[in-house]
Design a protein around this ligand. Structure first.
Ligand SMILES: [Zn+2]
Length: 301
């Protein structure tokens, strides 16, 4: 029995409260696991470094020294890696292409919220790491070379309602939200993706937020092999965010690995996503969504 079975089952049990606020760690048996590349290195002091890269992007190192292990994500600065393992980790990142070839600048404004300084620094390392990668994912590697040398993203922290928003190259984060959710660095990836999208105005917002959350949950948090739990009876492809993202994940894995790049071009020219599906795949969004849902529920009948 695949793990998606239990997620779907729990949705049914929840009945009227069928919306999940967070992705469930489950994997549909019909969808191939993301490819994982592993590099192992032995340190002169007898410790080990094991670096794993899941899918296209998410990479992390497990460093074991004197029997104690710790994990470090590739987006953390090398200064966070214990000195004895630093050279080995850097070598592994290079072998995996994890050292960004283009650096950008990230300014932090915590003038309204000095308490947020530490969180802001951790957010900053994620923006520095992910921005060029998201540009490569959406526009191709050539576009990364064209990022101007002085390209700057500003992170502003404010005491406000809501979570966060991006406007141009500015990302504003609610300090109330991060106080309640100190581990929610995924919001930083979501907003960084909006900066890279730079759309001139969007006709189908659900489709855009689905793309943004696809990059968050299925690329940058791929190592947990997230799978957003949907309710086959009530979820719709227009539900946006994680639900739409899970639909895109299925399309990428089973139909078209270049789907995200193509979708990105539709948004850039203010095209219609509904029309794009019919022209590109010969099926409407609804028809493909129905196929996706059928693939999820097959094993539960
Ligand atoms: Zn958004």
């Amino acid at each position: 029995m695949s793990r998606i079975y239990s997620s779907i089952l729990s949705v049914f049990v929840l009945g009227a409260f069928a919306f999940f606020a967070a992705p469930a760690p489950a994997q549909d048996g019909n969808i191939p696991e993301k490819e994982t590349v592993t590099i192992e290195k032995t340190l002169p002091n007898g410790g080990t470094v094991v670096v794993k890269k899941v899918g296209q992007e998410a990479a992390y190192a497990t460093i074991t020294i004197d029997g104690k292990s710790q994990e470090i994500d590739a987006f953390e600065p090398l200064s966070q890696v214990p000195e004895a393992a630093r050279a080995a980790v850097e070598e592994a990142w290079n072998e995996l292409g994890e050292i960004p070839k283009k650096t950008i600048k990230v300014d932090i404004d915590v003038s309204d919220a000095p308490d947020a300084t530490e969180w802001a620094e951790r957010a900053r390392s994620r923006v520095l790491y992910w921005y060029p990668k998201v540009v490569a994912m959406l526009d191709g590697e050539e576009a990364v070379d064209k990022i101007p040398d002085d390209f700057t993203i500003k992170l502003i922290f404010k005491d406000m309602d809501g979570v966060a928003y991006a406007a141009g190259r500015e990302i504003t984060v609610s300090t109330r939200h991060i106080k309640r959710n100190p581990k929610d660095f995924g919001l930083v990836v979501h907003e960084t993706t909006h900066v890279a999208q730079a759309y001139p105005g969007v006709r189908e917002t659900w489709a855009m937020e689905g793309a943004t959350d696809y990059i968050r949950y299925y690329v940058t948090e791929a190592r947990s092999n997230n799978h957003w739990a949907i309710n086959p009876r009530t979820s719709k492809y227009t539900d946006s965010y994680g639900v739409t993202a899970s639909f895109y994940d299925w399309i990428v894995r089973t139909l078209d690995p270049d789907f995200m790049k193509k979708l990105h071009r539709v948004f850039r020219i203010r095209g219609s996503v509904e029309l794009f599906f019919v022209e590109e795949y010969g099926k409407s969004c609804q028809e493909l969504w129905d196929e996706y849902v059928a693939s999820l529920t097959k094993e539960t009948r």
